[in-house]
Design a protein around this ligand. Structure first.
Ligand code: SF4
Ligand code: SF4
Length: 348
């Protein structure tokens, strides 16, 4: 059975922002997975192959024992090479301190990447984040982390812009602004996994109409004609169908929420596998509910999913699969499938 290489932990639902497109801060019950629980989860056989750990929230830096979670992960995952921290950058001093603490324990084999949400310039960012002064705090966070890097700390730093009705008019300005500052930024049209967006009517606050979606598509193609990420995003807007794979659907990614819910991605209501307060992680991953979810995940959830969080890398087999399908007899294709070479279903 396939085991996850990518583990995402939403370590808290607490947040110091009030983003218009998010319900997490409204849902925060104070419940979190404890350090002891993480220790148990991380020792699961199904997680022995984790190479990539992503810490998110809520705002993960609000969790006082964040460094301890990293220490346990470093001890538990011998193959861990990528660690990412997603933050809103709203608390610059706290973020800087948490990054320093993580760097002090992350080990030489592991590379830290910090991703900060950048959703507009000045008041536009404040409006999206729902808090006055958010932009100046974010700018301070970026400056502090840049200074850390200049002083020799080794970690990646990038910005992410979620495109909504509030900032779609500004995306070109945002891109130019960040280019002038030499800040790498990546754009994504807001999607709405229900682990993050649950409040009635929230989607209407950020969902783009056809005209705005088309302007995003043109922007994606213009700014990066040879960039696979933006080609996929533009393609999705054009076809409203997912044409690329996802490691979530391939059982190579798993997300654990602060309340212990386990799922391949943020589609909680459709893809919930279980809860670590009720069952050990291995039982969840190999159990009947997981079998059911993964047997129908592509048609139930993935086919129209715009998320670019877990795209499958393009493989040589992606190019030769159609060719093999066309030239090989069905029995040969079936034999190859039995060898798990991921060949498409034979025509009958
Ligand atoms: S989107 Fe992120 S920063 Fe904004 S309220 Fe939700 S968890 Fe907080
Ligand atoms: S394609 Fe979307 S719905 Fe399917 S596993 Fe990936 S993120 Fe989840």
């Amino acid at each position: 059975m396939q085991r996850p290489s990518r583990l995402t932990l939403a370590v808290t639902s607490a947040c110091n922002c009030r983003c218009r497109m998010c319900s997490i801060w409204e849902q925060n019950s104070g419940t979190v997975v404890t350090l002891d629980q993480y220790r148990t989860i991380f020792s699961s056989r199904s997680l022995a192959g984790v190479t990539n750990l992503s810490l998110t929230g809520g705002e993960p830096t609000l969790r006082k024992d964040l460094q301890d979670i990293v220490v346990i992960a470093m001890d538990s995952f011998p193959r861990l090479t990528q660690l990412s921290l997603n933050s809103n950058g709203f608390a610059p001093a706290l973020l800087e301190k948490q990054v320093q603490k993580i760097l002090s324990v992350q080990g030489s084999k592991c590379q830290l990447s910090v991703g900060l949400s950048f959703d507009g310039i000045d008041k536009v960012h404040d409006k999206v984040r729902g808090v006055q002064g958010a932009f100046s705090r974010l700018s301070d966070s970026i400056s502090r982390l840049e200074s850390l890097r200049k002083s020799g700390s080794l970690f990646g730093l990038s910005l992410r812009c979620t495109i909504t009705t509030d900032n779609v008019h500004q995306i070109r300005d945002i891109y130019s602004y960040c280019c002038r500052k030499r800040w790498p930024i990546i754009f994504a049209v807001a999607s709405a996994p229900d682990a993050y967006i649950s409040a009635e009517g929230k989607r209407d606050l950020f969902a783009l109409d056809e005209e705005k979606l088309e302007s995003c598509r043109v922007f994606f193609l213009e700014m990066a004609p040879n960039n696979a990420y933006y080609s996929r995003a533009a393609d999705y807007i054009k076809n409203r169908r997912r044409t690329f794979g996802c490691i979530g659907a391939e059982r190579r990614a798993v997300l654990i929420l602060p309340d212990g819910d386990v799922m391949p991605c943020g589609e909680r209501s459709r893809l919930l596998l279980g809860n670590i307060n009720d069952q050990p992680f291995d039982e969840i991953w190999t159990g009947e509910q997981a079998r059911k979810v993964f047997s129908t995940i592509r048609q139930d959830a993935c086919v129209a999913c715009p998320s670019q969080c877990y795209p499958t890398e393009k493989r040589l087999s992606d190019d030769i699969k159609p060719l093999l399908k066309a030239i090989l007899p069905a029995p040969v294709i079936k034999s190859l499938q039995r060898l798990k070479l991921n060949i498409p279903t034979a025509k009958r």
